[in-house]
Structure formats: structure tokens, C-alpha cells
Design a protein around this ligand. Structure first.
Ligand code: LMR
Length: 333
């Protein structure tokens, strides 16, 4: 059904090039996969509010939350074909369309804190990586935060041995695949919209995600334990279809750039608080026990995952990994 819809939308756009711009008001369809009550959900609503305000109504932004328009893989295909104008996929989701450098963000424990993250996203390496979108028919407009990932399952996950043989849902990233293989687990790529049901029915045993994503998808209701590992990071690149963007009147594009800049400040300011609040809500719900790993347990996780940095050099690019590590070190030294 969804496939038919995608095909129909694509056919309509191919038949009418520039259709989105020729309309009055100009419509921006902004599709994403998470709930409205998350850093990305709120950021997209803020962009809508500001874009419509700054363009004096010349642009109308239609936000589609929670995979209601497209799921993970479809949304990038639809975007490249111009059936949707704007998305904010997580860094992990650009690998399958050939922008493997973004999987650098998936390296375990690569980002120690938000200050280090800013050094990457706001520094030369971040700008260089955004440029990579253009060869794929997109313009990278901004980096939006979500937060740090935690591990969950129906058994307590403390040491690397606890992961052995368990099936984990992953986003479509080879680095994440390597991460779970390093723990002896079985990774399974799955769209975000399917995770809750897969956990509920036992198709997978566990998953990794941020507090806000887990809470808003009710994952804590079907996972007995969440281990607060903060071992990885989820963030987004807001991308826009390039022919659409380039075809906008210059004044409108400028107003939208300002709306994106201001929405980005907002989204990145609320991300940490949103995640902390979701953590509190999960504790309050009382369905899932939160485990805090000891220093020794975390060290064992790091050690088990360390070979990935070398193994993934070919995939992600040694230069990209080095540049990211340099940015991280400049924040921590
Ligand atoms: C996931 O698939 O787990 C996340 O990338 C979802 C999202 O967009 O935060």
C-alpha cells in the first residue's frame, strides 16, 4: 500500500517538475519518523512556525511525524526523487545511499559529550560532511541533536557476555552492525516504526536508542531492563531536495535559511532536557528497570568494541575518523 503511494507521489512529481515551487503557497513537505514530542518533532514544528512567519505565508510547511508519510528507507528515496522536500534522517541512515562517512557518528563511545559534538558539527569536518549531500541531490542544511543511546533488553545487560546470542534491532549502519557483532549479538536492520512491535512479539530481543525515542515509542513497556551506557549518539542532518531548494526565489530561500538557523538553535537547546525528562517518565512508569553500569563494566564494553575503529576505516574513511577524533580531542583537552 505504502509502496503504491510512494510510486504515485513520485509519478505525479515527475510529470510536473517544479510543482512544489509553482504552487502558491509553496509547500514544503517535511517528513520524519519520530513522535511530535521529541527533540526532532519539536524542532520540525519550530521550523514550520518560523518558516511560515518569516516568509509571510509564502511558504507552508506540512510536517508529517511518526512515519505517517514514509518510513526510514522510503523517505530518502522519496526525497531524492522530489516527492518530499525536507527530511531529518539520523546520521546512521545515510550509509545505504552511499554517504558512508556519516556512520562515523555511530562509532561506539566516539562522542563523549555535547561540547565535543559541537566541535564536529560546527567545525570544518561538519561543514565538509554536509557538502557530501549534494552529490546525492540534497542540500544539508543543519545538524540537529537527539542524544545518547542506551541499551535495552528483557535481561540485564551489564557485561559484553550478556549480549551474546541476543537479537538487536539496529538502524541501517554497518558500524552499528559491527558494534553488535563485536558483542557476540545478532544485529537486525529494521525501520524505526517497526521496533515496538518487534520487541513486543520477540522478533528481536533488544535495541539501542535515546530516552526520548524509547519513551515516545513506549519501548520501555516491552523491555524489562535499560542499561544507561551512553555508548553512542543519535543526531540528524536536516536535508532538502536540491533542485527544489535551488529553484526557490532567492528572498524566500534566505528567509527559510534564517528559519532553519533559528529552529536549529531551539532544537539543540531542548534536546538534552527532552531526553532527561523522558528518562524521568520511564522511571515513573515503573515498567522497566534502569541499570547503571559500573566503571569496570563500561571499560569492558569499550574494550570489546575497540577493534571496530580499525575495522571500519575502509567503510567510513580513515580521514573522516581522524578528523572527528581531532575535533573531539580539541574539546576535551
Ligand atoms: C532510529 O531509527 O532509531 C532513529 O534514527 C529514529 C530517529 O529518527 O530518531
Amino acid at each position: 500500500m505504502r509502496k503504491t503511494l510512494v510510486a504515485a507521489a513520485i509519478a505525479a512529481l515527475i510529470a510536473m517538475p517544479g510543482a512544489a515551487i509553482a504552487q502558491s503557497p509553496i509547500i514544503i513537505k517535511f517528513s520524519h519518523v519520530v513522535a511530535p514530542d521529541t527533540p526532532k518533532g519539536k524542532g520540525s514544528e519550530k521550523f514550520k512556525e518560523l518558516a511560515e512567519k518569516y516568509t509571510n505565508g509564502k511558504v507552508k510547511v506540512e510536517v508529517y511525524h511518526n512515519s505517517t508519510l514514509y518510513k526510514d528507507k522510503e523517505e530518502l528515496e522519496a526525497m531524492q526523487l522530489g516527492a518530499v522536500q525536507m527530511l531529518a534522517p539520523s546520521n546512521s541512515k545515510f550509509g545505504p545511499i552511499g554517504i558512508k562517512e556519516f556512520e562515523v557518528f555511530d562509532l561506539p563511545f566516539v562522542i563523549p559529550n555535547r561540547a565535543a559534538l559541537r566541535k564536529i558539527t560546527e567545525g570544518p569536518i561538519g561543514a565538509k560532511m554536509l557538502k557530501l549531500m549534494e552529490a546525492k541531490g540534497m542540500v544539508g542544511l543543519a545538524y540537529w541533536d537527539n542524544g545518547f543511546k542506551q541499551m535495552s533488553a528483557n535481561k540485564p545487560l551489564k557485561n559484553p557476555e550478556d549480549y551474546k546470542g541476543l537479537k538487536f534491532r539496529i538502524q541501517s549502519s554497518k558500524v552499528l552492525e559491527a558494534q553488535f557483532r563485536a558483542l557476540g549479538a545478532i544485529p537486525q536492520v529494521m525501520a524505526f516504526s517497526e521496533v515496538y512491535q518487534a520487541l513486543q512479539t520477540g522478533v528481536v530481543d533488544g535495541q539501542e536508542n535515546t530516552w526520548s525515542n524509547m519513551y515516545t515509542q513506549k519501548m520501555h513497556e516491552v523491555q524489562k531492563y535499560i542499561t544507561e551506557t551512553n555508548h553512542g549518539y543519535i543526531g540528524y542532518v536536516v536535508v532538502v531536495n536540491k533542485p527544489f531548494w535551488d529553484g526557490l526565489p532567492a528572498d524566500v530561500r534566505g528567509q527559510l535559511e534564517k528559519a532553519m538557523k533559528d529552529a536549529t538553535v531551539y532544537a539543540n537547546e531542548i534536546s538534552e532536557k527532552e531526553n532527561q525528562e523522558a528518562r524521568v517518565d520511564i522511571v515513573k512508569a515503573g515498567k522497566s528497570q534502569i541499570l547503571t553500569p559500573t566503571g569496570a563494566e563500561l571499560a569492558a564494553m569499550r574494550k570489546a568494541m575497540e577493534p571496530i575503529y580499525h575495522d571500519m576505516e575502509k567503510r567510513v574513511g580513515k580521514q573522516t575518523i581522524d578528523d572527528v577524533m581531532k575535533a573531539v580531542n580539541s574539546a576535551t583537552n
